[in-house]
Design a protein around this ligand. Structure first.
Ligand code: CAA
Length: 261
């Protein structure tokens, strides 16, 4: 792949968007390669993913403006669908995906981070949806996911005003969970990912599914989704082992890794 790299350390995989000449902007080739990278993840081996951008300046500076500049209405819609299909895949990816946002997360960059489970950013991060300044709407889910993440009032103010915000404000409005120094970003996110990867994988996946599938439902339907996924964890080797380990009061015993079974 030309614009995307994929690396696995232990049980954590890192997908890096690497198109530094255009500040990692998303053109069709990058979207295709990201699709390929997600498809290539071995879910028996990897238990948590990190998505980041190469370099120290930009996570992703948006969809590629050069490529979009000559699109017809139908082609614009198709380009939106291409991005949306990929971002839906990331959002519903079976294992957690953490966005490590290192710099600009504008337009499609803010949107791809919003399709991840949560965001950790560096102090130089800038988030925003500048699309109305280019004569378009956000097109890779920004009108929907930003509003769901930070509330409609804040999302509308950011989107209508094409207003960029810095890391501290992103933290204040709940767009990111944590802000760290740039050099601490990857080590911090790797530590968080490793902490997730050591927990029972079937349970972690079912938590993601329950939250994603229940969040827009009425509470009775939502807890019914949880019940099913809760039930699904029982009779797994990991559930049996996790509970037996707790109930066995032998303090000398060391907890073994979960088996994903
Ligand atoms: N698309 C294509 N190329 C881009 C790009 C983008 N989104 N963002 C940056 N680049 C390119 C620049 O054209 C420039 O290329 P050249 O060296 O060939 O001139 C290179 O990356 C470096 O960028 P700058 O020289 O502009 O760097 P800077 O430090 O002066 O500014 C910036 C950085 C503020 C991020 C600025 O590049 C910028 O405003 N980029 C566009 C951000 C944007 O509007 N994103 C939203 C795109 S629309 C969208 O994403 C729609 C959607 O929802 C699907």
């Amino acid at each position: 792949m030309e614009f995307v790299t994929y690396e696995v350390k232990g049980q954590v995989g890192t997908i890096t968007i690497n198109r530094p000449k255009a500040l990692n902007a998303l053109n069709s080739a990058v979207l295709d390669e990201l699709n390929e990278a997600f498809d290539s993840v071995d879910l028996n081996e990897v238990r948590c993913l990190i998505l980041t951008g190469a370099g120290e300046k930009s996570f992703v500076a948006g969809a590629d403006i050069g490529e979009m500049s000559t699109l017809s209405k139908a082609e614009g819609e198709a380009f939106g669908k291409k991005g949306n299909d990929l971002f839906l895949k990331i959002e519903s990816f079976p294992i957690p995906v953490i966005a490590a946002v290192n710099g600009f997360a504008l337009g499609g960059g803010c949107e791809i981070s919003l399709s991840c489970d949560f965001r950790i950013c560096s102090e130089n991060a800038i988030f925003g949806q500048p699309e109305v300044g280019l004569g378009i709407t956000p097109g890779f889910g920004g009108t929907q996911r930003l509003a769901r993440a930070v509330g409609t009032g804040m999302a509308k103010q950011m989107i209508y005003g094409a207003r960029n915000i810095k890391a501290a404000e992103a933290l204040r409005i709940g767009l990111v969970n944590q802000v760290v120094a740039l050099e601490e970003l990857i080590p911090t996110v790797e530590k968080i990912a490793a902490g997730i990867a050591k927990n029972a994988p079937i349970a972690v996946r079912n938590c993601k599914k329950a939250i994603n599938e229940g969040i827009d439902k009425d509470i009775a339907s939502a807890v019914a989704i949880e019940e099913k996924l809760f039930g699904d964890c029982f009779e797994t080797e990991d559930q049996r082992y996790g509970m037996e380990f707790f109930l066995d009061k032998n303090k000398e015993k060391v907890k073994e890794p979960f088996k994903n079974k």
